[in-house]
Design a protein around this ligand. Structure first.
Ligand SMILES: NC(=O)c1ccc[n+]([C@@H]2O[C@H](COP(=O)([O-])OP(=O)(O)OC[C@H]3O[C@@H](n4cnc5c(N)ncnc54)[C@H](O)[C@@H]3O)[C@@H](O)[C@H]2O)c1
Length: 251
């Protein structure tokens, strides 16, 4: 029996690859045989990932997902160079304003968070789907957040972007369901990554208190869920948001 969690012979794009969850996902994908293409806007961190995972020059690309033209170009260049894109993992994200009531947030700040977290996800999806349709196979995984399910006070742009992602994949999942393509999201609670490096101890305590397992999650644990959703093994689940919250959200 073949191992459907193996990525042997598959090309997997990982966006937001330079840190945290994206970086951990690269390690797991590589260990399961994938040819990984790592994309991020942080050049020094991307270079470190290239060295850590022994990636070739053509396997790392600078990309700002909030730039639609750049997304179109990156996907088309990867397709031309690799001949296929079996899976897209999108872990790029920013927190945006925190501890700010809605009416204190200027629109440019609000829009920036939407452009990175939500528009980027939409543009990536729009560009990989025709390639996956041609292959009659594809897996798309976007990293959402518990914030998209429950909402964090003081973080309206982030909540909106992550909830938007959850709604986005539901309908698109149904559109492409007959075409061999699945699109899912993963919604983590607080995970130990650089994104939380500046989170105060008080806020971390508050968040951990809401997690029945009583601890933060590790990037490697989220990577396991992502890799399942990005693999052939995820053959009968689409439009779904997997939970990675230590029991906080059970829906
Ligand atoms: N860490 C958590 O507690 C947590 C919880 C829930 C959801 N998430 C989500 O998980 C995803 C990964 O977060 P993380 O914790 O690994 O954070 P991280 O900051 O460690 O990694 C995010 C990566 O995205 C990249 N990125 C940011 N803006 C980008 C852009 N415009 N274009 C391309 N790349 C960009 C960053 O350079 C970074 O390498 C994010 O979408 C985040 O919202 C994280």
């Amino acid at each position: 029996m073949s191992d459907n969690t193996s990525f042997d012979g598959q090309v997997v794009m990982v966006v937001g690859a330079a840190n945290g969850i994206g970086r951990a996902t690269i390690g797991l994908l590589k260990s399961r045989g994938a040819r990984v293409i790592a994309l991020d806007l942080n050049a020094p961190a991307l270079e470190a990932v290239k060295v850590e995972f022994s990636l070739g020059e053509e396997q790392v690309k600078l990309l700002d997902v909030s730039d639609q033209d750049a997304v179109v170009k990156a996907v088309s260049e990867i397709h031309r160079a690799e001949g296929r894109i079996d899976a897209l993992v999108n872990s790029a994200g920013m927190t945006g304003p925190t501890n700010r009531r809605l009416n204190t947030i200027d629109w440019p700040e609000f829009e920036k968070t939407l452009r990175v977290n939500l528009f980027g996800a939409i543009w990536l999806t729009q560009n990989v789907i025709p390639i996956m349709q041609g292959q009659k196979y594809g897996r798309i995984v976007h990293v959402s957040s518990i914030a998209g399910k429950e909402g964090n006070p003081g973080m309206a742009p982030y909540n909106t972007s992550k909830a938007g992602m959850i709604g986005f994949i539901k309908g698109v999942g149904k559109e492409v369901a007959p075409e061999g393509i699945t699109i899912n999201a993963v919604a983590p609670a607080v995970i130990r990554t650089p994104m939380n490096a500046d989170t105060s101890d008080e806020t971390l305590k508050y968040m951990i208190a809401r997690i029945p397992m009583g601890r933060v999650g590790e990037a490697e644990e989220v990577a396991e869920t992502i890799c399942f959703a990005a693999s052939k093994a995820c053959s009968f689940t689409t439009g779904f948001t997997f939970d990675a919250s230590g029991g906080r959200a059970t829906y």
